[in-house]
Ligand binder design. Sequence first.
Ligand code: UD1
Length: 363
Amino acid sequence: MKIIHIVGARPNFMKAAPLIDSLKDRPGVEQVLVHTGQHYDDNMSKVFFEDLGLPKPDIDLEVGSGSHAQQTAEIMKRIEPILLENAPDMVIVYGDVNSTMATALVCSKLHISLAHVEAGLRSFDRKMPEEINRLLTDQVADLLFVPSAEGVENLLREGVASEKIHLVGNIMIDTLIKLLPGARERRERVLSQVLQSADKRGYGLVTLHRPSNVDDPDMLLLVLNALKNMSSEIPLIFPIHPRTRKKLLESRFSTENSKLHIVDPISYLDFLALQSGSKLVVTDSGGIQEETTYLGVPCLTLRENTERPITVTQGTNLIVGRDLEKLHDEVKKILGGDAKSGQVPHLWDGKTADRIAKILIAR
Ligand code: UD1
């Protein structure tokens, strides 16, 4: 069985790594790893390959950045000849990024079997580019690997045949469980690199990159000023995404005289080291809502909705929308000892990749 894995952007790498690893010693399986090049900076891509022990990509499409149409079209154009030449039995795509959807469309036109890992998630917000990517990918996929039960309901409601759907758990948590001990060991070192001096109150962690939060300069300035204010309660470490950095450079914002520490994007292990020791996380990322739920770290999500509702119903995630006063109030509550507690969802147990591999082999 020849399998092609397609990765392109930062959140794909930790989802592909455990499956590639689980399949590598199974007899009769040949794997090809294709990187679309959607993310290309070393600190958005190369360091993740190193941390995760991912093999070097066999093929790099080097598509780079562009508008949604440009990036999607470029991936489609460059992946089609690769798929025709390699004639895989199965293509596997991950998550909800443009690389995932572009590949899914090409596979469907070429009648190549497609598996989608992290299927069924829905924010029900079609203004999010990722929601369109999820909907389209799931419509054309032949095998849909779903992280939690509400994803199965979403797919059935959209008319996906039940025999294509497999509830397998959260593959990103496989990676987290495997690498957490090593990450913890490096926490002190990472902390000393990003904070000038230790603070006995601990620290919080921030990530922001959604277009809805960072592309509008007024909104970005409001959020940054709110974070700056909050940093008087607890120092905040903010590894900044290149999209956000670009917008920040265009703004008049300065972190001067505050405990908001803006640093370059950091590697998977360094981020996990900080995340697992932080008092709270403020984010608009999807994956971080899940990781904090697993780690039991309070998470405040700066979005109106989430495609991962289980992190709210069972986990430590609280959706604060764009209400920055509420955000500050919730930070104070957490620091006062009144944080939302949670539990680890069913099948987020580190064995998701093996469950997927068994299903693929049985096919
Ligand atoms: C993409 C995904 C998003 C995911 C995020 C994680 C889509 C639609 N979006 O958003 O779901 O949460 O990745 O990071 O696929 N840039 C660099 N260097 C890089 C990559 C990007 O400087 O290595 C800059 C470029 O200016 C680029 C911008 O970041 O235009 C946005 O990159 P892009 O891949 O288009 O989207 P993300 O915001 O990263």
